[in-house]
Design a protein around this ligand. Sequence first.
Ligand SMILES: *Cc1c(COP(=O)(O)O)cnc(C)c1O
Length: 357
Amino acid sequence: MQFASDNTSGVPDAILDALRAANQGYAMGYGADTYMDALRGRIRALFEAPEAEVFLVSTGSAANAMACASLCPPWGAIYCHRLAHIEVDECGAPEFFTGGAKLTHVAGENGKIDPDALALTLAQSCKGVVHHVQPGLLSLTNLTECGTRYSVAEIAALAEIAHAHGLPVHLDGARFANALVAEGCSPADMTWRAGVDVLCLGGTKNGLFGVEAVIFFNTAQAWEFQLRRKRGGHLPSKHRYLSAQMLAWLEGDLWLNLARNANAMAARLEAGLTEHAQIAYPRGGNMLFATWPRAGHDRLQAVGAQYYLWPDYATFDDPDPIGARLVTSWSTTESDVDHFLTALTGQNALASDRALG
Ligand SMILES: *Cc1c(COP(=O)(O)O)cnc(C)c1O
């Protein structure tokens, strides 16, 4: 019963098979491999963006930080939600790689930036005044860090405001596939057509060994990104093992099917939780935040269920109810979910005497 994060899952056999196939013979390094040529073509076709530039790195933090650095000068402001991964989970990497750009919070409910708040923040940004950091970049996350989802229309509205002020738009897509299948739109609709200039497309949490693609729809800064990636120590030498994985992941909609499973298991979990827990945010995909009484946590701990408490400073000694973050993955099964619910509620919902755990 593993609900701590989608990065606790393994990788599907199709990815291992692709790696085994890519392991035959020799391939040029540093992205000059034929898998990368095929992957670039596949991403361009999938996103209906024939000019897009695509680069791979092995962590989402590197992807975000170096994408932000390519889009925002050191004296720029990066507008983001206060719960954004770039703000709270990257140990200052965006500030480090940008050379000191200022992450500036924009308010909004449920982890989503509010368009009026963005418009007001930009109207009051004092552009052109030498004492102030200059408006640099809008950064969104989909799914958000609260497990909620921006609709295509919401992304487009925010991007329009940003572009009207001359700002490019970065989308942290660590869980982009989960957002995409939940929204039921095309990859183009959720990105460049809605005004996204650069997407960090997460593979790791949805079935890959450390592969994230940085996709420049607006290619003006693509060369700068390449230089930053190399200079930052994030250009993989045996690159084929990244490109071959992501190519296999995009084959036959595997990436979408993996995300569909994660989302479906989160929906099953949510349905089972509604009577027994308080759910904090509207579920956008494969992540849930909920609170329930201590006794349920005790039973779950006793059977070895794994999940993070929420907020992240919460402890099992907190007064009732205690919050938890629950994340499902491509490999979560119905029985994982049902066992979890049985332990949480203390009822044998499965009507069986199978051992838990
Ligand atoms: C996991 C995650 C990332 C990437 O994190 P790394 O640990 O650096 O790979 C980026 N953004 C969000 C929203 C995430 O959840």
